[in-house]
Write a protein that binds this ligand. Structure first.
Ligand code: M6R
Length: 612
């Protein structure tokens, strides 16, 4: 969603801010702005609706501003339409304080009313403007910057990551955080703040993560951090080992295509370090054998594609560990008064580690005494810090809004944890365990083999990219795969799609099938193939065109029923979704490409959803 970058150092700030914002574009935004303090203490601001290139041309690529301390922001509108005036940074009405903000201020209306009664004049519809106005109000009364910051944050309710400038302090950048990610970056040439590490990779890999309630004063030569009571805090420094090129397109037409192609490597990076002497082991894993043997329920909580990983996991983990697994949308779980206690393990899945709904679901589970194991891609993210244990997906930075390699590596981690737990609980035969380890090792090469057949998928996409609606059907793991396939299509091509359990079609949805309707039938699970074929025949009888996805050995059977067939190599059933998802991702990609859609930045969507 919104992005923040800030800098105080020896270089011109504006170019660094614009470069950092460019690296945050992938998160989704509708307007952008920067503020830089001039050496004379003037707050220079440019902000505009639309893409960053508009801001760049308005500022001559940042050259119109002189100054080495500044803040930048990309906004994804919540309070107030996307417009120049609602864009960040926001100023107090005396032009003394400038603020950029990620999050939502819940009590902004009452603060605004109070400030208006004190004579403050507002210019935007945003919740953020009240922060700038309130801080300026306190600062003008007391002339104490630190006290004004603390007074302001103690009066606002909600979530915030803040970057703040005060024109009386031309070399100081202030940061504050509660329930929204913000990190500090350290370098010889100056210091940084950012909402996402990708904004800083070009300048530094040395970062620390701000915690809730903390306030930081950032200058060229030092960063001082204070806790919620104003006491100094020593921050732990972390080294980010992501490659800068991993966050660049490197000749690919889109990040999404690059990330689809990177899946075998991402899978290898995720699998190999977790297999040692033929057994699965997670480094420094703190959930004890005794604890894991005591659990009687697993609940997976997640949103979007991460939820779809959980849907696959329900089938695969129940099969492995013979224990009931429930999967809950995080946004529903948190208000459902869940029936969990200290014997329930909650698995939270999140690529970004910042999804607010998932975070709140974790907090709800903790209130019930349950432990949290998270599966996350971004190190140091908020969900990691609130979990009892984390297993990282080692997919590297994922830039395209539509997830691909993060989804694949989440699936792998979830299955590896299932196999690990099955061995511990004695619910898996030794031979099957050995076979699964061998198959996990072989998985990246099988994924590469699937990626060799892109031409066939492109051809099918060229036949159907003008469809108004596409149906995905499947049973068991194939139903879960269809959910993700359908979401990919909707997200990037804007074609309506329905994903149905194949047996459920005739209970209602089959009425929507007509001549020429495209049905994508997912049938990789051999045991249920005949049932899925029956469902294919049902829709074909009603005029549908069917593309079937199955495994190599079932091609012939599928060819008798479907119009077009795509196959993936054979694998144990729990690993099939890792192969089956690839053609579905490619199909959505090519359809979107042929429709001329903005694939990496689909309309209305954001990469990490930090509001409820
Ligand atoms: O970062 P998270 O995995 O928590 O994000 C959850 C969803 O917002 C995310 O999977 C979303 O559905 C993606 N855009 C799917 O491509």
């Amino acid at each position: 969603m919104c992005g923040i970058v800030g800098y105080s150092g020896e270089q011109q700030a504006s170019e660094i801010l614009l470069d950092g914002l460019e690296r945050l574009e992938y998160r989704g935004y509708d307007s952008a702005g920067i503020a830089v303090i001039s050496p004379e203490g003037e707050l220079q601001i440019r902000k505009t609706k639309g893409r960053l290139k508009v801001l760049k041309s308005l500022t001559d690529n940042g050259r119109v501003f002189n100054g080495s301390t500044g803040i930048g922001h990309t906004r994804w509108a919540t309070h107030g339409e996307p417009s120049d005036v609602n864009s960040h940074p926001h100023l107090g009405d005396r032009n003394t304080i400038a603020v950029v903000h990620n999050g939502i201020i819940e009590n902004y209306a009452e603060i605004k009313e109070y400030l208006i009664s004190k004579g403050k004049v507002f210019s935007s519809e945003t919740d953020t403007e009240v922060i700038a106005q309130l801080m300026e109000y306190y600062y003008e009364k007391e002339r104490d910057l630190m006290a004004s910051v603390y007074k302001t944050i103690s009066n606002i309710k909600g979530a915030y990551a803040l970057g703040i400038l005060c024109r009386d302090y031309p070399d100081v950048l202030i940061a504050a955080r509660k329930d929204a990610p913000l990190l500090l970056g350290y370098s010889d040439k100056g210091h940084f703040i950012a909402s996402d590490v990708t904004a800083l990779l070009k300048y530094t890999r040395e970062v620390s993560y701000m915690d809730d309630g903390e306030v930081a004063f950032i200058r060229k030569d030092r960063i001082e951090v204070f806790d919620e009571f104003g006491a100094p805090v020593e921050k732990e420094h972390h080294y980010i080992d992501w490659d800068v090129s991993a966050a660049e397109k490197q000749g690919y037409p889109h990040f999404m295509f690059k990330e689809i192609m990177e899946q075998p490597e991402a899978a290898r990076s995720t699998i190999v370090p977790r297999i040692s002497s033929g057994r699965i082991a997670f480094e420094n894993f703190s959930l004890s054998d005794e604890y894991l043997k005591s659990i009687n329920k697993i609940v997976i909580v997640a949103c979007g594609s991460s939820y779809h990983v959980g849907m696959v996991g329900k089938y695969t983990l129940e099969r492995l560990i013979k224990m009931p697994i429930s999967v809950s949308l995080a946004s529903e779980f948190r208000y459902a008064d869940p029936l969990i206690d200290e014997n329930a393990l909650i698995i939270a899945i999140s690529q970004s580690g910042e999804t607010l709904d998932t975070m709140e679901a974790i907090r709800e589970a903790k209130r019930h005494g349950s432990k949290i194991l998270s599966i996350v891609n971004v190190k140091g993210s908020s969900i990691v810090r609130e979990s009892d244990e984390v297993i990282y997906t080692l997919a590297g930075p994922e830039i395209a809004v539509a997830t691909t390699k993060a989804y694949s590596t989440q699936l792998i981690v979830l299955n590896m944890f299932g196999i690990y737990l099955a061995e511990l609980l004695g619910t898996i035969e030794k031979e099957e365990y050995i076979q699964l380890i061998a198959e996990l090792r072989a998985l990246p090469d099988k994924m590469s083999a699937v990626l060799e057949d892109t031409e066939r998928i492109k051809l099918y996409a060229s036949r159907y990219f003008n469809q108004e609606s596409i149906f995905y059907i499947g049973r068991n793991i194939d139903y879960a795969l269809g959910l993700e396939g359908g979401l990919k299509l909707k997200e990037i091509s804007y074609i309506h799609s329905e994903s149905y359990a194949a047996g459920e079609l005739k209970h209602g949805t089959i009425s929507l099938i007509d001549n020429g309707t495209l049905v994508m039938a997912v049938g990789t699970y051999g045991k249920l193939l005949e049932k899925t074929i029956s469902n294919i025949l049902e829709v074909k009888t009603r005029g549908a065109d069917v593309i079937a996805l199955t495994t190599d050995s079932h091609r012939e059977a599928m060819e008798k029923a479907a119009d077009m067939v795509i196959t993936v190599p054979e694998a144990p059933v729990i690993l099939l979704p890792s192969l089956g998802i690839i053609p579905l991702q490619l199909f959505a990609y090519y359809v979107a490409l042929m429709r001329g859609c903005d694939i990496d930045k689909p309309r209305n969507l954001a990469k990490s959803v930090t509001v409820e």
